[in-house]
Write a protein that binds this ligand. Structure first.
Ligand code: LMR
Length: 364
């Protein structure tokens, strides 16, 4: 007989690819261990009807057999996922519910939520500009911020995954002021994991052997991944990997990895993003036991970052909360990288607020 309170986890973008990889991890205990969960899946409440193909000559609608096959709606796709969860008889799943992203759906989904995982966003396509995403997503995140303010409990922990993740999280903190600022985060664990993956590839070590990897700044192509303080089995990385070219190539490799995955797959990373979300939320819930992980957080001024900017930091998490690990030396290179990230983030915030900035896209 279970007596512990059920954890309510809201996942937006639940009909999407990342969710399809993430939901089994949440359901099988990889995130919340033995705790039972209520999974509240959210996606678009309604979608515009598909465009009908017209005859080039007569300009009338083509007959049904010449139209493209109808695609499932997000609500139908979530129904399918719910069926699969039932069919998998996961022992940790106490309840699965499905909601639209309008106020009617979100008021129910967010009620009593412990974790709100915001996967839903317009995804970046190959060749698309980052600021096009800002345009598409900033307004949507203003709505979510208001919904959090109106419907979520103050203890809810909110993770923003949809890009531009740092700026989207910043928009939430402005729209939802009743939830403590450090209950908001954005995903930089994917970048953190990517660094560890490269170290594993280079040395053949296990991920558990690697400590002290850090990601600073924006989840973008100017993020600052650092292995300056990394160790492998307790030995400084510089004593294990003595290959200058590897260090030189690492930063651009991590910075452009998301774009490279999109170029190959034609779609944003999904399986690795889901693994990173599971790692992020598990560590937020259970703590990091003294290990350093990377997490995007609203700055409280640590390392000179302006307060409120959502910035990836090295953190440790314990039962008292999330703590930015301070005291690492700010080398000249580090200061330069911080400045680049700060300028990029402040530009994004301005673009997110700029009412006429669509004109700039046209001129781009
Ligand atoms: C990633 O890092 O893989 C994604 O954030 C890339 C993207 O723009 O979707």
């Amino acid at each position: 007989m279970q007596t512990e309170r059920i954890i309510k986890v809201v996942v937006t973008g639940a009909a999407g690819q990342i969710a399809y990889s993430l939901i089994p991890m949440i359901a099988n205990g990889s995130v919340f261990g033995a705790r039972r969960i209520h999974l509240a899946m959210v996606d678009l409440a309604s979608v515009p009807p598909p465009r009908r193909l017209m005859c080039d000559n007569c300009h009338e609608e083509l007959p049904p057999h010449q139209q493209p096959p109808a695609r499932s709606t997000p609500q139908q796709m979530m129904e399918g996922v719910r069926m699969e969860i039932v069919d998998s008889d996961y022992p940790r799943v106490a309840k699965v519910s499905i909601h639209g992203n309008d106020d009617a759906g979100m008021s129910v989904a967010l009620s009593g939520a412990d974790y709100v995982l915001l996967l839903g966003a317009v995804p970046r396509r190959a060749g698309q500009l980052r600021k096009e995403l800002i345009y598409a997503n900033s307004k949507a995140f203003e709505v979510i911020g208001r919904q959090l303010q109106e419907f979520a409990p103050t203890h809810a922990r909110i993770l923003t995954v949809g890009n531009p993740a740092n700026t989207n999280a910043w928009i939430l903190t402005r729209a939802c002021t009743k939830i403590p600022i450090r209950n908001f985060s954005c995903l930089s664990r994917l970048d953190h994991n990517r660094i560890i993956g490269q170290i594993m590839l280079k040395t053949g070590c296990s991920n558990e052997d690697v400590e002290g990897v850090m990601v600073f700044g924006n989840h973008s192509d100017c993020q600052y991944p650092s292995v300056a303080h990394a160790t492998i089995n307790g030995v400084p990385i510089q004593e294990v990997i003595k290959d200058d070219a590897w260090y030189e190539e690492l930063t651009p490799l991590i910075q452009s990895r998301g774009k490279e995955v999109i170029n190959k797959r034609g779609l944003s990373s999904a399986a690795s993003a889901a693994k990173a979300i599971a790692d992020h939320v598990r560590d937020w819930h259970f703590g990091t036991s003294g290990r350093i992980i990377s997490m995007g957080l609203p700055s409280l001024g640590e390392y000179g970052v302006p307060r409120g900017l959502v910035w990836s930091y090295p953190v440790m998490i314990d039962e008292t909360g999330v703590h930015v690990v301070q005291g690492f030396e700010m080398t000249e290179a580090c200061v330069t990288q911080f400045e680049i990230n700060q300028v990029q983030l402040e530009t994004e915030l301005a673009e997110a607020e700029h009412p006429d900035w669509t004109n700039e896209i046209a001129a781009d």
